[in-house]
Design a protein around this ligand. Sequence first.
Ligand code: NAD
Ligand code: 89Y
Length: 346
Amino acid sequence: MPDKKLKGGLIGCGFFAHNHLHAWAEIEGAEIAALCDRDEKRLEEASQKFGIANLYTDAAEMLASEALDFVDIATTVATHRPLVELAAKKGVAVICQKPFAQTLEDAQAMVNACKAAGVPLMVHENFRWQSPIRAVRAVLDAGKLGEVFWGRVSFRSAYDVFSGQPYLATEERFIIQDLGIHILDIARFLFGDVTHISAATRRVNTNIRGEDVATILLAHENGATSICDCSYATHLPEELFPQTLVEIDGSRGTLRLGANYQMIVHADGHTQTFDVSPKLHDWANRPWHNIQESVFNIERHWTACLKGGQQPETSGADNLKTMALVFAAYESAAANLEAIDVRLMA
Ligand code: NAD
Ligand code: 89Y
């Protein structure tokens, strides 16, 4: 007999949640049984599009009325803490979108609440789940590059993200909190945890409130150094949104994940080129398909972890370390590139 499907409730039916819903519809072991959004129009739109009839404008009401195995929170950051704490109080497992929290204190409180309630908590930190990034990690795991001593994780674009996500133009903090958070998480995923961080930021686009360029230097516990650079003010001849490029130097060779998902590995004098393009799901649309595929991958991971009783890779506790890098980067930028020791922060 097939396993019982896990039942989820989605909170927040906005711009990005449609990707969650498309992906959930493809996950074999789980289904979204109820939707919640305080905006009735958005709620109705998602209900019609995905054929989900149990609708709520209040998350507490949804949790009181539905027998859910988990909630998937796809609201913006200001509502994460009350919603995560609500789910924890009800004993329901939680996925929460990035950025997990606006302060480290809020992030820690959510981790504590879920731990005390004994409910699993995963942050929807999906960029490390992009198949090109997994392909890079597989080369490292195979030891092909020898000892890694340097890396760069880079995201440079001039794509208009503000039309789909207008709140990104009005927040005091922009690129590190919104996008750099993924780039920093990829650096942790590839090169390990961090001891010190320095950062410089700048706002180029004067029509927005926060910084749209950040250059960040990381010292990793294993002795490697990496650079995380991101920009939404970079006009290239070929717009690469939303590709993350990676460069790695090791004692035996190098890896370059270049434009259009071409990965070149040069090790022990031999060069190999791999096409590591993401899968184009039939509901996906270019150029977002890379991110959309990673949404499917992280939801599948969550479903397997919840069924198997394992801790997800990007658990709340793990994400505290990525969040610490975000806050330390802002602290360093405000102090003219001062090196911040992040070891005691998370
Ligand atoms: P959005 O504003 O379009 O949608 C959020 C929705 O949540 C809105 O419809 C709003 O009415 C609803 N909402 C807010 N508070 C609520 C509450 N208490 N109860 C019920 N509904 C509530 O935002 P978005 O662009 O979809 O972004 C949502 C989150 O997803 C953000 O944190 C953003 O950073 C993240 N995001 C992640 C990725 C990724 O690749 N991981 C990509 C884009 C956006
Ligand atoms: O919100 C951001 C994210 O998480 O991925 C890309 C994005 O949509 C815009 O920067």
